[in-house]
Design a protein around this ligand. Structure first.
Ligand code: TTP
Ligand code: MG
Length: 387
């Protein structure tokens, strides 16, 4: 048996708002909302984040700023300075590097750390995590919450549960009892859709999920069912991926003339998806993040990304996401110069070689393989999909 790993998940508390409160003592202890201009309640746009003082009024990330204004008109509203937060993020990253070289950044204020090889310098996993939190507070004046567990997803849930300014260590022997009472929605990859399926099976907690057989879950939910069976048992062999593992495959197309019509752009996105999918499959990779990039006439470049519960490499899995992302930023009258499709955050081998792929996916896989073989042999134009 391999020894237990020690994985930490660190997430800064109310990150943008905390930086603002640190830099302006008059804001400390007050509700602070970072995001769009509320314009006296008529503003458009959303809340990026808010201080815990503002959360007590029901304000939260991604809420329309007009709603936040209604809930907490006395808050200090700040537009925010992204560059400042990125600088802070880089500073925190350097502190993490003093603890372990095995760091997987997840977002601007969040990362996984593999402390298996280094925690003993601090006597215990708890000691290492306490030292890390202390060092961040001393050097940056900001608080971080840290969860520690033998696997990634449990560490992440732990850091969420102990927020703000918390530390929660879940030792290997306690993983089962820690997970059982949690709502299934807490599990990695369970969104509203999967949650509805699980609820219809009478499953609302992880403990209830753990009572189902693997075969039953696969039958109901395919590959995700297999994953959930494992997660319910605290099994999550995903390694902490370093920067060099977080590579991506992408393709871009620049139009000869700026495009203002939906259909030709979607066709291009489809063909870019085909190319990305092919590259991924040739290299035996699956990625969990799909992103679309557009550049408009004025050379404004925008990207939108979505993280998926499972790694994907099939056209049928990538394209609907890419199309959906594109629809979120396409407006009538927009002239598009360039589009790009990218798949990143590659899965580890365990997922890549999953034995539990459902049948329909297996069939799609075979169809796509056949098409690719024909294209390899007879060229790109030899075969096309029927739409
Ligand atoms: P989070 O870690 O999700 O939120 P947070 O750090 O503000 O609060 P906490 O972790 O204590 O719950 O996101 C980190 C930063 O990313 C956040 O400070 C602002 C930014 N962000 C957005 O701009 N929009 C969003 O919808 C979210 C969720 C975050
Ligand atoms: Mg945070």
């Amino acid at each position: 048996m391999t020894p237990d790993r020690v994985i930490a998940h660190i997430d800064m508390d109310a990150f943008f708002a905390a930086v603002e409160q640190r830099d302006n003592p008059a804001l400390r202890g007050r509700p602070v909302i970072v995001g769009a201009d509320p314009k006296g309640g008529a503003g458009r746009g959303v809340v990026a984040t808010c201080s815990y003082e503002a959360r007590r009024f029901g304000v939260h990330s991604a809420q329309p700023i007009s709603v936040a204004y209604k809930k907490c008109p006395g808050a200090v509203f700040i537009r925010g300075q992204h560059e400042k937060y990125s600088r802070e993020s880089r500073r925190i990253r350097r502190i993490l590097e003093d603890f372990t070289p095995e760091i997987e950044p997840v977002s601007i204020d969040e990362a996984f750390l593999d402390l298996t090889g280094s925690y003993h310098f601090y006597r215990s996993a708890r000691g290492a995590a306490e030292a890390l939190r202390g060092r961040i507070l001393r050097d940056t004046g900001l608080t971080a919450s840290v969860g520690v567990a033998p696997v990634k997803f449990v560490a992440k849930i732990a850091s969420d549960l102990c927020k703000p300014d918390g530390l929660l260590v879940v030792p290997p022997k306690d993983v089962g009892s820690f997970l059982r009472p949690l709502p299934v929605g807490r599990l990695w990859g369970v969104g509203p859709k999967n949650q509805a399926v699980l609820n219809s099976l009478g499953i609302s907690t992880v403990g209830e999920l753990a009572r189902f057989s693997q075969a039953a879950l696969i039958k109901k939910m395919g590959e995700c069912g297999a994953r959930l069976y494992q997660l319910a048992r605290g099994i999550d062999p995903r390694p902490v991926l370093g920067d060099e593992d977080v590579k991506s495959v992408s393709h871009e197309h620049t139009f000869e003339e700026d495009q203002g019509d939906f259909d030709p752009i979607l066709k291009t996105i489809f063909s870019l998806t085909e190319q990305v999918s092919r590259r991924l499959r040739k290299d035996g990779l699956k990625g969990r993040s799909v992103s679309v990039k557009i550049r408009t006439q004025g050379f404004v470049t925008r990207t939108r990304a979505r993280t998926l519960p499972c790694g994907v490499n099939l056209i049928d899995d990538i394209y609907p996401v890419a199309e959906d992302l594109f629809r979120t930023f396409f407006r009538p009258g927009m002239r598009v110069r360039l589009v790009g499709v990218r798949v990143a955050r590659f899965e580890d081998l365990y997922v890549r070689d999953s034995l539990f792929e459902d049948e329909s996916r297996e069939r799609k896989d075979r169809v796509q393989t056949a098409m690719e073989l024909i294209k390899d042999k007879f060229g790109e134009r030899a075969i096309r999909r029927g739409f």
